[in-house]
Design a protein around this ligand. Structure first.
Ligand code: KG4
Ligand code: ZN
Length: 341
């Protein structure tokens, strides 16, 4: 018997997503983004997010099935994100998945969103030489994991305050650039001088590998206020000094991330480096991870942009792995907003 047809559902934040997978083959992957809904508020508004998930979920699932060219009755298991995320948003996807599992009498698989991001590397690349150190960096999370083998996930470090993507978003917001900040900074930074402003990485007094990004944000704010930059450009292209600040910020954050990854890579004598999550879309980070890996004689697995942002294909894939191990949920499964990996 071949791989089962799995429907994945993801609604943990501001993307309503559904995908159909057979093994590593993505038969369809639909993502309805709410960016336009939240943009005017400069961030995700939880109440609006759940309401929009509710409006879109049936359509998105239906479209995923149609694009995959299958009927609902063909689906053999349904995998859904149950945490971490916004509770109201998670519940929409979870209820939809439970209803489908119940009506179709198929297994329900509860998937950790972070496991989905981590597994996206295997979904895209298949075999990944282990041990592998994986950086998962998104708008809600920033963490390092070590996988001595494909099945094992050992958490090594996490952020103590903001997530990396959140830092990009907040810096863009405080400079009046718009939302979400990551793609904007990515686009503007190459037009600035990354050596213009020195932004020191945080030092962990206990020698931990944990991340911290709030210091970068505060330093940018102080610099912007000191030089009269803050919110000076409500519309249009920011001036050279602002672009220099953005370039310096991006460089500091990327080098901090790369430094952590390479420290673990050396310490754990890994063979591969994985990069996933929304911040993996960042052009400088992608280039730097690939370059450092190559210089160290390691393989790098940087997830492509369509699988880096929140999507349901990664959830279906992580779900398939769980199904293979017999890890099936029941209809009493609840959402866990604070779930860790
Ligand atoms: O994984 P994701 O879609 O959602 C979460 O699970 O949070 O990540 C979204 C985050 C946002 O903070 C966004 O600003 C950031 O990823 N992001 C980027 C880029 N594209 C998206 N950050 C830096 N550079 C980018 N090109
Ligand atoms: Zn995510």
């Amino acid at each position: 018997m071949g791989d089962p047809l799995i429907l994945g559902i993801e609604t943990s934040c501001d993307e309503t997503a559904a995908a159909v997978l057979r093994g590593r083959a993505i038969l369809s992957s639909i993502i309805a983004s709410q960016i336009d809904v939240h943009r005017e508020f400069g961030g995700v508004v939880p109440e609006l997010a759940s309401r929009h998930h509710l409006e879109k979920i049936d359509l998105v699932i239906d479209l995923a099935l149609r694009r995959a060219g299958i009927a609902l009755s063909d689906v053999q298991a349904v995998a859904v994100t149950y945490g971490p995320g916004l509770v109201g948003s998670l519940l929409v996807g979870l209820q939809a998945a439970k209803a489908l599992a119940y009506v179709q009498r198929i297994p329900l698989i509860a998937v950790n969103h972070l496991e989905g991001h981590l597994r996206s590397i295997w979904l895209e690349h298949g075999e990944v030489p282990t041990p592998v150190v994986s950086l998962v960096a998104s708008g809600g999370h920033t963490a390092l994991y070590l996988s001595p083998s494909e099945e094992t996930i050992v958490p090594l470090a996490r952020t103590r305050d903001d997530a990396a993507g959140e830092a990009f978003d907040k810096v863009a917001k405080l400079l009046g650039l718009g939302y979400p900040g990551g793609p904007l900074v990515d686009r503007l930074a190459p037009t600035g001088d990354p050596t213009a402003v020195r932004l020191a990485p945080p030092r962990m007094s206990d020698g931990s590998l944990d991340f911290s990004f709030s210091g970068f944000k505060t330093a940018v704010l102080r610099h912007a206020q000191g030089s009269g930059l803050a919110r000076a450009y409500p519309a249009g292209t920011p001036d050279q000094a602002t672009r220099d600040l953005l370039a310096s910020f991006q460089q500091a954050v990327v080098e901090f991330l790369v430094d952590r990854v390479m420290t673990v890579a050396r310490r754990e004598k890994v063979r591969s480096i994985g990069l996933s999550g929304g911040v993996a879309c960042n052009s400088l980070l992608r280039a730097r991870v690939a370059a450092e890996a190559e210089a160290a004689g390691l393989r790098s697995f940087v997830v492509s942009r369509s699988l880096a942002v929140d999507n349901a294909a990664m959830i279906a894939f992580a779900g398939m792995r769980r199904l293979e191990r017999g890890e099936v949920a029941d209809l009493a499964q609840n959402a866990e907003p604070g779930l860790e990996l």
